[in-house]
Write a protein that binds this ligand. Sequence first.
Ligand code: FAD
Ligand code: NAG
Ligand code: NAG
Ligand code: NAG
Ligand code: NAG
Ligand code: NAG
Length: 539
Amino acid sequence: MKTPTISTLIFFLFTVFSCSCAASADGNVHGFLLCLKEEFQNYSSISSLVYTPINSSYQSVLDFSIRNKRFMSDSTPKPLVIITPEYEYQVAPIIYCAKHNQLQIRTRSGGHDFEGLSYVSEVPFVIIDLLNFSEITVDAEQKTAWLGAGATIGMLYYNIAIKSPKLAFPAGFSPTVGVGGHFSGGGWGVLLRKYGLAADNVIDARIVDVNGRILDRKSMGEDLFWAIRGGGGSSFGVILAWKVRLVDVPETVTVFTIYRDLDQNATQLIHRWQYVAPNFDEDLFLRIVARRNVSEGGRMTIRAAFNSVFLGGVDRLLAVMQEKFPELGLVRDDCIEMSWIQSILYNTGFPIDSLEPLLDRYQPDVGYYKGKSDYVQEPMPISGFEGVWRLFYEPEGSEAEFLLTPYGGKMAEIPDNATPFPHRAGYLYKVHHMVFWEAKDAHNAHKYISWIRRLYRYVTPYVTKSPRGAYFNYRDLDIGVNNNEGPISIATARVWGAKYFNKNFNRLVQVKTRVDPKNFFRDEQSIPPRRWWTGKEDI
Ligand SMILES: Cc1cc2nc3c(=O)[nH]c(=O)nc-3n(C[C@H](O)[C@H](O)[C@H](O)COP(=O)(O)OP(=O)(O)OC[C@H]3O[C@@H](n4cnc5c(N)ncnc54)[C@H](O)[C@@H]3O)c2cc1C
Ligand SMILES: *[C@@H]1O[C@H](CO)[C@@H](O)[C@H](O)[C@H]1NC(C)=O
Ligand SMILES: *[C@@H]1O[C@H](CO)[C@@H](O)[C@H](O)[C@H]1NC(C)=O
Ligand SMILES: *[C@@H]1O[C@H](CO)[C@@H](O)[C@H](O)[C@H]1NC(C)=O
Ligand SMILES: *[C@@H]1O[C@H](CO)[C@@H](O)[C@H](O)[C@H]1NC(C)=O
Ligand SMILES: *[C@@H]1O[C@H](CO)[C@@H](O)[C@H](O)[C@H]1NC(C)=O
């Protein structure tokens, strides 16, 4: 055998190296990292924030904010690079370098996206993970707060509570939800009937656009500011921070959770709830979480949890319930008076005597799930609910949930084009369908997913139609997706876009066309721009 000469070796290395360079993804990553080195004069100051698969911590940084185990498998496409910036000025060079190396960006704040869009992509991509943008400043006197996009709602609640027991913010339940995704997609919680969505209470924002400019409300313009309060952030840039208006809550609120099985008239009570809950006093929020359960006699049943936070004391609550919903049979012993922040802990299932758990963004028990959503404008008949229960009795329904959130109150007062979120006046409640499964069933995920699709088909006659409504923050790729590469057809995007945004979809397209005409910020459900070279609405 001939020993290779230096020149054949060099030729060999050159071929391998240049081939791997040309082989898109690897080459792009190489170019991307070189570009970052050029963009940051002092690269050493950020190299510790840049993770590629060779770094031993890459996997743990990736997994840390994954909130759905469905997207934590070996077959889930992985980012080529994860960057966890610490300062605002570090974001623009990342966008610049990604753009110039044909890499897509996924921005992640809290990682709760139901379909994992903040950390999964079918095309070569990098993650900007904002978990370290979590600074919060609360001004209790002005009743405002600035918060980094990577902060969690638990951190926000904590920081408000240590300043004042009478201030709050209308956002969601789970403390680990990130404000970057949550506020840009709407954000609802127990205060929605009194104060609307989180997005309704955003008064300023900071965003990096596709050209690397850092813009605030004034410099971004009212149309972009409108778009990012409900239209999702990922179509428009990287949101850095929000300024929000805090809202008043009484020093004492009252909570209760009471359960009713089918043999305690659960179905009749849920049916009745549709007529009363959207019309209650704004201070009363009463939602329903229905699950399968086993009754005392050992029979399978449906158990509905009636879960409430009332902005006031127990006496007034009992009077309201006695007048408006006596059938539920609420009694004083079911009710607990507590502070607002304790009600957050209570609804999360934490002990109510310590605020510290609100700060913890680590979530130990991440599950496998698929969620979908619907809106209801006309009460469902009893028979409709009975059909839902029959599906819940099937094997895949064992861990499923049927969650009903009442609208009305402030939600009905806000015009449906005030923000991109269109489901306002005339909407009685939102339905959230959820199915969970265990690790041992990971390979059977398709069974659970087809079960929830069957449930979704089953409720079709009872929910909003043309378009069927859906909640953007309960991301569901079943309702339609964009193509991953090439221009995105507006007509195709409208299939899912109208469900989330109804008529507001058109204005979102207009904003997108102005701020990101070449469609750099894109994903399976991002707003497409109108194509500038044809001016055509549809392709
Ligand atoms: C356990 C759990 C509980 C939930 N509870 C509620 C609830 O009570 N009420 C409610 O309304 N919703 C709730 N949700 C849904 C939640 O509001 C959405 O999943 C929301 O998008 C999560 O935001 P995130 O930052 O954690 O998610 P991420 O996965 O980080 O982001 C979600 C989307 O927003 C984009 N995005 C994130 N940050 C930015 C940014 N800074 N700039 C631009 N784009 C960005 C991402 O790219 C992605 O497209 C819950 C979800 C889970 C998993
Ligand atoms: C580069 O950044 C590091 C880390 O922030 C810092 O310690 C160092 O002084 C910087 N060097 C220069 C030349 O700015
Ligand atoms: C990843 O590895 C590179 C190369 O060794 C190093 O420069 C960088 O600092 C590492 N990143 C982290 C987050 O440790
Ligand atoms: C970023 O946040 C993580 C999680 O809170 C923390 O462990 C890490 O030290 C932070 N990194 C920096 C550079 O601040
Ligand atoms: C169920 O409803 C019926 C009539 O509507 C009533 O007679 C009965 O007492 C109720 N049962 C319970 C357990 O509330
Ligand atoms: C049944 O419901 C109760 C709450 O009422 C709950 O503690 C229990 O875990 C449930 N059982 C099942 C099998 O879901």
